[in-house]
Structure formats: C-alpha cells, structure tokens
Design a protein around this ligand. Structure first.
Ligand SMILES: NC(=O)c1ccc[n+]([C@@H]2O[C@H](COP(=O)([O-])OP(=O)(O)OC[C@H]3O[C@@H](n4cnc5c(N)ncnc54)[C@H](O)[C@@H]3O)[C@@H](O)[C@H]2O)c1
Length: 392
C-alpha cells in the first residue's frame, strides 16, 4: 500500500510476482483477451491516486474486465492512467464520465469522505458499485445506498477483501468446526506512521479506523460473527502533520490512535488496536511482517494469523488434540488485497454472489461509528445492524 509515484524496485518485483500468481491461478485460456465466451464487465474507475496504482494492474489482467474509463478531478492523473493501462476514455468529473462511454461497474477509489456522495451518483445513474472503504460516511448513509441499489436492481459492495484469503477460510473453518472450543477472546492490530500523500486521511471522517482498523474489524466479525455492542477509546497523538498535497502543515481532526472493544453476539470479546503512530519497519507493503497480527483464543485451542490480514502468510494453531503449535494455510499465491474489484467483476460475469456482502461492510461501518460515539459519550454503544454469518 503505497504512493503510486513511489514504486520501489522491490515493490515492482512483488507486483510482477502477483501478476504471475494471478496468471497461474486462472486456468489456461482464461487470461484477458484469450476467450470470447466470458462476459466482460465494463469498468469505470474514479480516483486515480495512490491505490489506483494497485488496482489498475490487477484489473487490466482480469479476463472478466474491460477497463472503459478513468476519472479524476486532477485530470492529469486520469489521463496518465488511461495512457498507462490502455483505457480508451478519461474524464475530469463523475458527471462527464457518466455522460460518456457506457460501463457496468463504478470502481470508487477516491478520498474516503467522497465515497457516499459519489456512490449515490453512480447508483442514480444505473451503475453497480465497488467502493473502497468506507462505502459511505455513516451507517445510515450506507444503508440508504444499499436500499437505493436494491430498488434499482443494482449492487453495491465495499472493500476490504480480507475475507477472500485462504488463511481467512482456514480460520473460519477451524472456528466453525469447533477446533478452538468455545471462542472467548480475540485481538487484532494494524498500524503504521500514517499516509504521507493526502490530507483527507486526517480530516473529519478520515481517521485510522476507516483506513486501517476496518481490515481487522472485517476479519474479526467475519470469523466471530456480528457485534452487539462496542466500547472505545480514541485520541489524537500527533496533532499536526505535513502531507504532500498541502503547502502548510495540517491539523489532524480525526482519531490517529484507537482501541476498540467489541462484544460479539456469540459472547466472544474482541479488541482492535490501530493507529497512525506505530513505528513499522514493514512499511505500506507489509512484506516481511512474519509475526501474528490476529490472535483468537477458545477453551480448546488458540490460533494466530501470521502477517497482516490483507497480506497473510499462514495460520498457527494449537489445540487440545495437538498442543504443539502447527503452521497451516501457507498459500500466498492465490490472494492479494488488491483483488476486490476484479473478484466482484468475476462474480458479476458468472452471475454468482461473492462472499463479500453489503450487510457485512455496513456492519463494520456501524462499528466505526459506534466507536466514535463511545469515545464522545464515555458509554457502551449498542449496534442494530447484522449480517448473514458464518461467511465461509
Ligand atoms: N493508498 C493505499 O495504499 C490504499 C490501500 C487500500 C485502500 N486505500 C483507500 O483508497 C482510497 C483512496 O486512497 P488513496 O491513497 O489512493 O488516496 P489518493 O489521495 O492518493 O487518491 C485519491 C484520488 O481521488 C481523487 N478524487 C478525490 N475526489 C474526487 C472526485 N470527487 N472525483 C474524482 N476524483 C476524485 C483525487 O484527486 C486523488 O487522485 C481511500 O479510501 C483509502 O482508504 C488506499
């Protein structure tokens, strides 16, 4: 996860490796352009900043995707993405993109605060949506987008794609099969020193929860089920920051340090720790992170996810039957966090439901909102949303 203008040699090699893994993942003859019987999903991408440098290479290799348009309010970015990835159209605004070449799926990679507004414009114009997180600025806004999509027979899905990894599938199966006994507790953490390129991460409705904790929240709710109530402490550790797209230092207005406690409907209590003030030698790429970032304890076993949940490398498990910790799920070739929009396109093309659901994304959004309410009021906040669980 890094600025597209700053791709290191190491990152280039990693991305080429990911492409190789993707190529070997698809059966021969199914890579882009090689088969005519695949229904291609026409995509318009809005937001050609840092994360687009991760999405475009993946989308442009997908046999289920035709990249139709790129759009950014900084037109130069849309233009150079179009040139780099052979996209026939580029536009400086969503209005111009929607009035231009036809497409099926709007991939929204803009500033977090813009997601809800742009997703609504997309739905109003008859587009399905894949949105970077969060899909809206509030649970109610997100729910109204889901209702609008339903009314118009469209779909809206939100990142992250962490529940698509083989490591998540392994952990989910182990929990469901009772390998850990009664699950009582879990902990997850994700942090670094914060994005350096854009101010929106630190402005109102930015913050480390929708940017970072969201991954752990999706994983833990995916593994342990819906959350009933939330208690949180949030604060700001670094009150001013220097970012690339502002001349003067900016004031940090949303949490950059968060501790969120979740009570799951199952009775398990879990904890997500995240922030923009963690010394982190693994950088935005996360490569080299070989320690557990997620731990789960039950009455008959415990389990740790090795690496970040968006770049996992294995699962360690110890159980009553096998007390010595063993490592499982070491496949690192079939999942990358950048695959969300490509995976959704594949589901749309095949007419099947993806494992990622709108209700799950909305539940995570409600947790983030509840954590802020808990911090503001010093109270425990009850949640109202739910999602179909287990996922795997
Ligand atoms: N950068 C990463 O590594 C990374 C990884 C995973 C997820 N994300 C998520 O992706 C989203 C974008 O992050 P980023 O790091 O790419 O930010 P960024 O600032 O690099 O890119 C955002 C782009 O959106 C454009 N934009 C903003 N408002 C727009 C509008 N109304 N219409 C058209 N274009 C508009 C901006 O000009 C900019 O080019 C965020 O939700 C972030 O949490 C980022």
């Amino acid at each position: 996860m890094q600025n597209q203008n700053d791709i290191s040699r190491k990152e280039f090699i990693r991305q080429v490796g990911i492409m190789g893994a993707i190529a070997s993942f698809f059966p021969p003859g199914l890579m882009a352009g090689s088969s005519e019987d695949i229904k291609k999903i026409r995509i318009g991408v809005i937001g050609c900043g840092s994360v687009s440098g991760q999405y475009f290479p993946h989308l442009s290799k997908s046999p289920y995707v035709t990249l139709v348009s790129a759009c950014d309010i900084v037109e130069e970015r849309a233009k150079s993405a179009a040139a780099k990835y052979a996209i026939p159209n580029y536009y400086p605004s969503i209005e111009k993109m929607l009035a231009g070449a036809e497409f099926d799926l709007l991939v929204n990679l803009t500033n977090m605060q813009e997601h809800g507004r742009l997703n609504k414009i997309g739905l109003d114009s008859g587009k399905n949506i894949w949105s970077e997180k969060p899909m809206a600025n509030s649970y109610m806004e997100g729910k109204s987008l889901m209702d609008l999509a339903k009314k118009k027979n469209l779909k809206i899905w939100g990142a992250p794609a962490v529940i698509m990894s083989p490591q998540f599938a392994f952990m989910s199966k182990a929990v469901q099969e009772g390998k850990l006994g009664k699950v009582s507790a879990a902990h997850a953490h994700y942090g670094h020193l914060g994005p350096t390129w854009s101010a929106f991460f630190y402005e109102k409705l930015g913050g480390s929860m929708p940017d970072l904790a969201v991954y752990n929240m999706a994983t833990l709710t995916g593994l342990l089920g819906p959350v009933k109530s939330v208690v949180a402490m949030l604060n700001i550790i670094t009150p001013t920051r220097k970012v690339d797209n502002r001349n003067a230092p900016i004031k940090v207005e949303e949490e950059d340090n968060s501790m969120v406690l979740m009570e799951h409907a199952s009775g398990a209590l879990s904890h997500v720790q995240s922030g923009f003030n963690y010394f982190d030698p693994y950088g935005h790429e996360g490569s080299g992170q070989d320690k557990p970032t997620i731990s789960i304890w039950g009455t008959k076993g415990n389990m740790q996810l090795i690496g970040y949940d968006w770049a996992p490398t294995g699962v360690d498990m110890a159980t009553e039957e096998h007390e010595k910790t063993q490592r499982f799920a070491t496949d690192t070739g079939s999942f990358v966090w950048q695959q969300g929009a490509s995976a959704i396109s594949e589901s749309m093309s095949k007419g099947v439901d993806p494992i990622i659901t709108t209700l799950h994304s909305l539940h995570v959004l409600e947790i983030i909102e509840a954590a802020r309410k808990s911090q503001a009021t010093g109270t425990r906040i009850q949640l109202k949303s739910n999602f179909k669980w287990p996922l795997v």
